[in-house]
Design a protein around this ligand. Sequence first.
Ligand code: C2E
Ligand code: MG
Ligand code: MG
Ligand code: MG
Length: 285
Amino acid sequence: SAHHQGKNEILFFDPELTRKTQQRLTQESDILQALEHNEFALFLQPQVELQSDRIIGAEALLRRRLPDGSYSLDAEFIPFAEEIGLIVPLGYWVLEQGCRILADWQREGITIPLSVNLSGVQIQHRNFLLELKTLLSRYQIKPGMLVLEITETARIDDLDRALKLLSELHHSGVSVALDDFGMGYSSLHYLNRLRCLPINIIKIDRSFISSLPEDDLMVRIVSSIANAMDISVIAEGVENSAQHQWLKAHNIPMAQGYLFARPMPRDAFEKLLRQGAPLPEKTGK
Ligand code: C2E
Ligand code: MG
Ligand code: MG
Ligand code: MG
């Protein structure tokens, strides 16, 4: 900014930078307005137990309503919200919305857990734990019903903090799932540290599932790591029956993916749940 310090002051003016700053401010206020105007929604994707083909859980995924009434989420949206810090209020909204759904389900006798995605940025925020505990007690969430999905991206210098946070999460009665497992930082050192921690679920990243059944090495490795550590497994992004059959044959307990169902509005999910039909639904004869 221009301080009137001297006559010979040189001001640097970068029109490109100004344009970018302005664009950013516009996008930022756009997200805040969308929050205020209730334009966000959580879609639910079923999680299926492979032995029984039954829905045993759901993952909540953020969507935004478009002017035409449809819902979507750009791949760049979450990283952008993280970059400008808006993931903190947005993530809080997601968490509260998730607790509301669970509280309704508890009243209606629906007893499956709901998984909610957390951003690494969000959980490092100093108010995070207190806000979470406040929500859990306000909505009287029963232990184990809220699952927090954390993407495995902890850098080595964050590890101690991350581990401490995970054990505090456990003590507040939530379950922890490691999302996109195998894609981030998972050295043997890291696994060794995780060993004494209350990780409930490892989610095998979709990229490993998509190479099934031809290339099954990574799924075998991740699944044996999980077995050895006594942690349950969900296969992410199951799209076809060849993948499905491989997972069943190799005793992978749970799966999620377009083969079973896409993420859907809450009412559609609850309808599916009430019907109690096995997934994937058998079509035709
Ligand atoms: P994720 O948590 O790993 O979620 C799985 C993503 O894979 C979702 O994409 C889901 O719609 C998609 N998916 C599920 N089954 C299949 C399948 O069979 N095939 C394919 N190709 N895709 C499948 P989505 O909803 O676009 O979300 C992308 C990522 O954005 C999520 O990955 C998660 O990291 C993040 N995200 C979504 N909602 C939230 C949120 O509320 N908070 C935070 N912090 N992140 C979120
Ligand atoms: Mg997830
Ligand atoms: Mg994720
Ligand atoms: Mg994932």
